[in-house]
Design a protein. Sequence first.
Length: 416
Amino acid sequence: MDQMIVRPGGALQGEIPISGAKNSVLKLMAATVLTPGRFVIRNVPRISDVDWMADSLVALGLVVDWADEHTMTVDATGDITPEAPYHLVEQMRASTALLGALLARCGEARIAMPGGDDFGDRPIDMHLRGLEELGAEIELSHGTIVAKAPRLTGARVVLEYPSVGATENLLLAATRAEGVTVIENAAREPEIADLAAFVNRMGARVVGAGSSTVTITGVDELHSVEHEVIPDRVEAATYLAILGAARGELLLRGARHGDLHLLARKLGDMGMRISPDAAGVWAMATGRPVAVDVATLPYPGIATDYLPMLIALLSVADGTSFATENLFQGRFRYVGELTRMGANIRVEGHHMAVRGVERLSGAPVRAFDIRAGAALVVAAFAAEGETTIHDAHHLDRGYEAMVGRLVAVGADVVGR
């Protein structure tokens, strides 16, 4: 998509299927590098980030194919070239997970410094320091990470911050290290538990994933497996925010309420009704949202990926809300686009004051990254008149068939 066009319409009604988690499947794909074999991964979202990671695996020497619409096969039996090229790595930050996997299998890796969404500085120092504590020798040369480790050795690694990427990278590297690795202050996200389940099926010995202390006992051999990706909690959060703006009633098929617990509570405080359902998560929104305060925190707190959509929804809330972005300074570029639509938002440092207005106004706006694009979609459903979101290709990185899924529940949306 180059553009998404949203026109105001009636309340949304029906169900939306929730895809496999983008932030999980990319790391599962990286984990296939760990050992020779043929992997089968189910519930894979058809998004551009998955395509880029697939291209990265192919560049390493793996064979990636599709058994059906959402089932990927990865053949890792051939020789591996432990180098991920810049033109692929620059597209997404998840490519850093290849570093730990390549070190574990090949004892060396060359990976260009990662790219991804542009919303502030996200250094990978913790990744590199942690790998060095496992015995890797690392140098940065002309924008490339060059790592060597003929034999990784287990160690106790204390992360300065519960970084998802660093936790995942160290977990992958430690699966084949000699001895025991303990990651303290580890990230606790559901996607990390999914990665641990994947490698444990392969024969790894990972205990504590989903808690702040993860223990990995290295093994000499792993084997290929079949696995189903967990549902995408950020995609579910996006559709919940869209419902809050458009109003109506939706079933998010396949979503897990437990992964969305604090977000569901916050949206409940705003006036929505959300509850677990045997088929997923049920939600209803019937009136104007109520202002609330919100701050991002590591899981199980409110995810930084949720905040742009929440800010868009709070832009039309009754009252004034205060929001704090504790994780990524600079992730406010979308605010200027929301103000073009009539939002009243004041930014000071990493804090925002959002004075709700009754309705926004449709306008041409631009998506700067995936979640900024999602925020503009939320805002468009709370606006009078037509909204055209330019650079909508960012949405294709994280959302499968968003236009079609919204149209199916009564939205007036066009992608082109």
